[in-house]
Design a protein around this ligand. Sequence first.
Ligand code: HEC
Ligand code: HEC
Ligand code: HEC
Ligand code: HEC
Ligand code: HEC
Length: 378
Amino acid sequence: MAGHIGWWGLGVLILLGAGTARAAETPHLNPSGFTSSQVCGTCHQDIFAMWKGSKHARAFENPIFAAAYRDLQREGGDARRLCLRCHAPIAGITGDLEAQQIITREGVTCDFCHSVAGVAIRDTDSPFVVEVGGPKRGPKVGASSAAHAIQPSILHKSSRLCGGCHEFRNPEGLTTISTFSEWRASSYPAELRACQDCHFLPVNGRSTVQTGNPVGSRIPDHRLQRSQEQLRDAVKLDVPQVIREADRAVVRVAIRNTGSGHAVPTGHPSRRLLLKVEVRSAGSGSILGEATRTYQKQLLDGSGRVLVRDAELMRARNVSDNRIAPHEVRTETFTFSIPPGEAVRVHAEVEYLYRSPILARQEWRVLVSRQETTVPGH
Ligand code: HEC
Ligand code: HEC
Ligand code: HEC
Ligand code: HEC
Ligand code: HEC
């Protein structure tokens, strides 16, 4: 265990006792440890409600993670060390490794994010510098509160805050989640578009109950919604181009990643894009040919076998990856045999699929784009 102490203790500045003087002004907040989101929520009600429904709030308790976590524990892996630092990040700091306390089970909780003072992305074991019980850090300059000290923080407008968790290298040295590095390799950093500019967009709401209800008041959306609209804006499909030859049709389609700040799909390798092309007789409607192509990241073991169980991802040694990079246009060509002289209709569509190998019934399927074109016979 000794070699593992590193990330539990490293980079953490615990301001024990620093709260004594401030205690009178901050009756609800824990001056020497983390404060539960419930307490933050008494004042920051709208943000609390959004966060509560987010994947961050359920990072520890959601059944998909819980199943994978148990799976890994059963196999004798050191699941606590491997998983909690992102799924229940305060555990390693407070030492509640069995997640006995409610606040640990709050997953990626308010006080964790708003106590982060620095991120060293390259330190994959312990990227965060956290100032426990210190001021609450946020992007606004000039904000003040009697409830707690506030520290203006540009880090909270930066992708680095997210990169501490949205980039994961497994014990074999393979990067299994690479959202941050996909973003960094794109043109978005130069365009000054950080994760927050797409995932924490301003929505109507009040920052705190104390600030009253000014007209048009906006707060950053803490829900992390996976919305169909966002997907449809992000991935575009062009109308198929068809080159008609005597007894075949050569179909060309292009998929563009126009609005995703990283590869699409990104994140955990349980998502894929599916392109389907279908050629039908324009007259009878009967199917003359079909083809599909899948875009995904797959993790492989040392002998090239595809790993599907979440707990196995820790052992992955290799990756096969044909996802679509930010701003990339991917062109595919398919050839279909068709009866000479017959007019045909070519239909292409892209779907986004998300499935957990553990809870297979929870498939999420979105039709992202659909295009059709008709080609006359000669
Ligand atoms: C994953 C990290 C994360 C978590 C968890 C999180 N926040 Fe935030 N919060 C942010 C970021 C990033 C911003 C700044 C977004 C921006 O302005 O682009 C922010 C902004 C804020 C602001 C400033 C609002 C304003 O008016 O501009 C407040 C207040 C806040 N969060 C409170 C909370 C509370 C309360 C919770 C829990 C219920 C919470 N946050 C959970 C990252 C987080
Ligand atoms: C007693 C009420 C109260 C409680 C409890 C409270 N806050 Fe605040 N908080 C405020 C007020 C008031 C402001 C100033 C708001 C403003 O000026 O927009 C503020 C500001 C903030 C800001 C700065 C926002 C910015 O834009 O930079 C952050 C971050 C924040 N709070 C996080 C938290 C977190 C995390 C907790 C729980 C650990 C918490 N707050 C608990 C009242 C509270
Ligand atoms: C302490 C670690 C941590 C930090 C910091 C963090 N995240 Fe997350 N995030 C997670 C985890 C873990 C999940 C997955 C939870 C689950 O599904 O079990 C997640 C989920 C998400 C999702 C939803 C994914 C989905 O499948 O729907 C989005 C979007 C997201 N985070 C964006 C952000 C952004 C943007 C930031 C920076 C402002 C950020 N996160 C900071 C750990 C973190
Ligand atoms: C230009 C806008 C944009 C930026 C910048 C951006 N994202 Fe995204 N993100 C999207 C879109 C659109 C999707 C849905 C399509 C996809 O999976 O790529 C998405 C999906 C995700 C998902 C998967 C959740 C889901 O809904 O399935 C995570 C996690 C995520 N983003 C995290 C991040 C992080 C972390 C950063 C910064 C390093 C970031 N994003 C930067 C637009 C953006
Ligand atoms: C470096 C941070 C990090 C570590 C360490 C980590 N995860 Fe995650 N995990 C994430 C993020 C971020 C996501 C969400 C990614 C996304 O949605 O794109 C996630 C998503 C997941 C999901 C998918 C959840 C869903 O809702 O679909 C499972 C399952 C999971 N992790 C299991 C584990 C297990 C088990 C461990 C320990 C062996 C672990 N993770 C360690 C960051 C991490």
